[in-house]
Design a binder for this molecule. Structure first.
Ligand code: CTP
Length: 473
């Protein structure tokens, strides 16, 4: 990472905003995620602009200049938002913020750039770079954000309690950034998070779930989930997951503790898929274990029916977390079926059992197998290899059965009109009966799948069927 005092910004729109600020004789800076991600060499998305002065006015002027009328103003927060195609630009006047204790509604007072930076969440998000022409790209970093970026640490600009007090969501944001960037959280911030976890209750569910989903979408979600658990934040925002801790498992291809096992499954699946809802299914696959836990003599701990009860817990959880309900059925299905492929191995991989699972899983069969493979978390490599081989057998059998399933669209080689002609029948149920008899004979392998053989068979059975005597068939 460059420790120069300038950063390269080659965004046309940023230059244009800077020129406009020059004309208005305003000092303007890019700040927050934009600068952080540029310094980290990550892909930069949204643009945050801080203006020493009236941010809303500059936002409106820029919008007019680029011929847009879709600028959204939040007077209360002193911000203006402009959506330019897929880039979101937010303008804000530098402020000293204070929040009322019971909500997140700030009362905004004008401030200097340094005031503004020190009221932000983390030092790595409190680095500014000028966009005025005279010193374009010059970095302003009064809080040592660049050093913390290099040391990969999340530190609050103020004493952690004060920063979290301003907006308790920042506790969860710390864990989100830790998971996304693989940074450590400064110990004093962690301690404050522990003490203030309850304050997350005043934050809106939408904001919490937004951050939570970002943790789930990160490269190694367990980093964030573990921090949530250790600080007691999990208990506040997702008690069902918190309760998985300390629940022992019976089978040896699992970790001992359901919480640790679940984290491993989520990490495993995150290595092979970016599908957040499949990751959520992994997070919830054993969610009913605490409430189905029972000790059986000779067997140890059992969790009878946890897959079905777990599936039924999905919808209430989605509702409470205000997650999009159109993913409920998908997650329910995966939770409900997650033991089936394994059961298939135990019971013998018969055609009909495989066909039933294929039918129930439908389009989700591949995701189900991905979940099952992620669910193997034993440290015993021999066992892991064995279970993997078993799943390979199941998948091979599925392919085989699917191949045969072309029978579904298949028609017997003697058609209804021919049956009517040969037997002198009018359309009616008897025609169907004769056709079914031919179909069964072919599927059972009693006669070959050929027109001649089918016709011969028809002639041999027709009299009995027409007499209503099917006992010999
Ligand atoms: N910010 C803050 N406190 C919050 C939310 C945001 O101080 N509770 C500040 C931070 O300086 C942050 C900036 O506002 O960098 C923009 O916020 P946001 O867009 O939510 O996050 P980014 O840092 O841009 O990260 P990402 O784009 O990954 O969400």
């Amino acid at each position: 990472m460059s420790r120069k005092n300038h950063i390269e910004i080659d965004d046309g729109i940023v230059k244009r905003i800077g020129r406009r600020a020059d004309e208005e004789r305003l000092r303007a800076f890019v700040v927050g995620g934009y600068v952080r991600d540029l310094l980290l060499g990550r892909r930069v998305k949204d643009i945050d602009i801080v203006v020493v002065g009236d941010g809303i006015a500059l936002g409106k002027k820029v919008a007019t200049e680029v011929g847009r009328s879709n600028v959204v103003v939040y007077e209360k927060f002193g911000t203006a938002m402009l959506q330019l195609d897929d880039v979101k630009i937010e303008f804000v006047g530098a402020r000293r913020e204070s929040y009322t204790k019971s909500s997140r509604k700030p009362t905004v007072q004008k401030g200097t750039l340094e005031d503004d930076l020190s009221r932000r969440d983390f030092t790595i998000n409190a680095i500014a770079a000028s966009i005025n022409k005279d010193d374009f790209g010059a970095i302003v970093d009064p809080l040592g954000g660049r050093k913390d970026l290099e040391e990969k640490i999340l530190r609050t600009p103020l004493e952690p309690r004060a920063t979290f007090d301003d907006d308790p969501l920042r506790i969860l944001r710390a864990f989100r950034f830790a998971a996304q960037l693989h940074f450590a959280v400064d110990p004093s911030a962690l301690q404050a998070a522990r003490e203030m976890a309850d304050r997350l209750k005043i934050v809106s569910q939408e904001r919490i779930s937004d951050e939570f989903l970002k943790i789930i979408a990160s490269p190694k979600p367990s980093v964030g989930l573990m921090l949530m658990q250790e600080t007691g934040v999990m208990k506040v925002v997702f008690p069902e997951i918190a309760q998985l801790a300390g629940v022992d498992q019976r089978r040896d291809y699992h970790h001992k503790d359901v919480f640790l096992h679940t984290l491993k499954v989520v990490d495993n699946i995150s290595e092979v898929t970016d599908n957040v809802w499949l990751r959520i299914a992994a997070l919830l696959h054993d969610i009913a274990k605490p409430r189905t836990k029972a000790f059986k003599e000779g067997m140890g701990w059992t969790f009878h029916g946890h897959e079905e009860i777990g599936a039924r817990m999905v919808k209430p959880i989605f509702r409470r977390l205000k997650l999009p309900l159109d993913h409920v059925k998908y997650v329910e299905k995966l939770v409900r079926l997650h033991l089936r492929p394994m059961a298939l191995v135990d019971e013998g991989v018969t055609d009909s059992a495989v066909r039933r699972l294929l039918f129930e899983a439908g389009e989700e069969i591949d995701d189900l197998m991905t979940l099952c493979r992620a669910d193997i978390t034993s440290k015993n490599q021999k066992l892991v290899d064995q279970v993997r081989r078993n799943y390979d057998t199941v998948v091979a059998k599925m392919a085989e059965v699917e191949e045969k399933d072309r029978w579904r669209a298949w028609q017997p080689p003697v058609r209804g009109d021919e049956i009517m002609k040969v037997c002198g029948l009018q359309p009616g149920p008897l025609v169907g009966k004769l056709k079914d008899a031919i179909t069964d004979a072919i599927l059972d392998g009693r006669i070959p799948n050929e027109h001649g053989a089918a016709l011969e068979y028809l002639l041999s059975i027709k009299d009995e069927i027409l007499r209503g005597d099917e006992s010999k068939l």
